[in-house]
Structures are given as C-alpha cells and as structure tokens.
Design a protein around this ligand. Sequence first.
Ligand SMILES: [Zn+2]
Length: 363
Amino acid sequence: MFVLGAGFSKAASEKVSATDRLPLLWELRELVEAWLGTHGLPAPPFPADRFPGAGGPDVERWLSFLAQPPPWVSPADTKRCQAAFIDLSNAIAEVIREQERRVIAVEPVDWLPKLVVKWNGGPAGCWEDDQGKLQPGASDETTTVITFNYDTLPERAYMQTAPSVGHGLPSNGAADLFVAPLAPLEARGLDTMTSRGFARLQLLKLHGSIDWYYSGLEAGPEDIVYHNRIQRWWSEPDPVTLPEFGSIVADKVPFLVPPTAVKTMAYRNAVLRSQWARAASALADADELVLMGFSLPPTDSVVLDMIEMQFDRGRHIFVVDSNSDLPDKIENSLPGRQVHKCYSGITDPIPQWLDNDGRCRCP
Ligand SMILES: [Zn+2]
C-alpha cells in the first residue's frame, strides 16, 4: 500500500512555476497569512513565529495550539484562537484551491496518470513470499493509498484515466475511490445524478479534502460530509467554486483536518473515523509500504502510532523521495522494518519507481 505526503503533490505540480506549485507545510504559512491580510481578517492572537521549529515556524504546532489552546490561555483569547483556527482553515482551503487551479490549467505531469492507472489497474504493490522475499504483484484485488494532502490531483488523474463503465451506464465518479460514505453536494439542490462506477483504487483522505464540506469543528460525530464531484476533464472547475453556486455551501466549511498533533475535535466525525479504521486494517494486511513524498512529521504522533502498531516489524518500507536523509529518519521512527533506500536521494524518484515497476534495486 501507499502513503502520500506534501512532497507528492509538490512533485505532481512540477509543470507550473515554482511559486504556483502545491505548497509544503512551511510554505503554506506565508501564503495563508497573506490571504488573511488581503481578506481583512485579523492575525491570529499567537503568531506562527512563537512556535519555532527546524528551519522556520512549526506550522503543525501553531495550528494545534490555536485549535485547542492550553488552559493558561484566557477565556477571551481561547475564543480568539479558535476563531483564528477557523479563519486559517478557510485560508488553507482557498490557498490550495487557488494553487491547484494553476496546476490543472496545464496538462498533468506524465507520471501521474501512469501511476494512477497502475494503482487502479493493478498489480501495483508487492507481497512477501515464504522466503521473506518481496515479489511484484498485489496479492489482493485493490490498491490502498493513504494521503494526507488536501488537493484533488489523484482524483482528477483517476477521472482522466478510468475506463468507462460501459455504454449507457453512468461514467465513473471520483466518489468510487472513497470507502467512506460521502454525500454528493448535488444532493443539496444541484440537478444532476450521482454517478456510479467501480475502482480498484481506494483513496483514503485522512486529513480531509478541499472539495469536502461539513458543519465545522463543533459539529457532532454524525455530521454529513458532502463532496464536490470532480469533473471529467482535468482542467474543468468545480461548480461549487463558482459564485452562482456559493449558497449551496454557505453554511458549511471545507473539511480540512489540520496537520496537527491534536486533532480530536475533527476526529469525532464518523465518516473520517471510518477512513482511519480502514487505513489501520489495510496497514495490518500490507507486506510493503511505499512512502511517496511523505516525511513522517515527528509531531504527527497519530500517524506514527498507527503505522507502528499496525504495520509489523520485519515488513518492507520503500522510501520514494528525493531527500536522502529520509530513510534514516524512517528507520529511527519505525525500528525493525526493512527500509529500502533504492528510490531515495535521487531526482525524479516517482517516475523511476514507476519505470522499474516498483522493484527493489538495493545493492
Ligand atoms: Zn530496495
């Protein structure tokens, strides 16, 4: 199975200029602060600079603090923090949507549709034989991909590449990829039908998505999560982002779980929980884990704990990343796994992994 991080989306947006690419977490901070400024919204009561990290502010700690301020913060500042957190959630969704618009204005990078076809057509993974050797070819029918990214590039690539279900049948929808029961936004009034189709690719968006909407952090666990249907063509805008459809989401907010260490409020949602549960059981079944642009943030203890507890020692982890320091970091955080470095510290690691069919190239 596969895990995608911010580095994946950045690599997938390489066809546009550096400033238009989907941002890494620390790059997001400047963009969202600028967005707050241009929309006349107040700066958060505790600025990002108060949360220093390696090489810049620790955005995860910052968002985590604002979402759930500690007890020493005054009641008034607590409310201001939570208001700032809502503003920042909207800002993040807007910034990513804007960057994504630029990315989809040009053709996708060559490897993205190929990778999604491989995921959906299988066999995309490896399995361990009796001798403990990894063999290509998935042992089951489906490919599970965990993503912590909010953008919709994988869904768009799927819509581009998915085979038609058949003559006279509805075309495939991106909703096919989600095991969680999301309600189509059209159910709130747009006059279109829900598409049905079948995908072997299961996409588990564990931090939500810019095109998912819910009632906010205070919503109860049974709150309906709506999703915006991804259009058939890569560059087609989502109807809901057009002004004339604004009222359909006027009382909803984008369902983005901030990349923070403490996410208990958003994690109450039953739809999100079902996805996490699915990810945990897929991890328990997987022989190999392919990390694409996923750097295992040390503050994200929820993810680290899930992999540590569900993905047994002795199993294989492929680090597909241009950063050569990452495999050592993964080995330290997840001891006892067989960490493959054969696709790390190289340029274009994902295309190379694709060209080699994901085979181990370790010396
Ligand atoms: Zn290897």
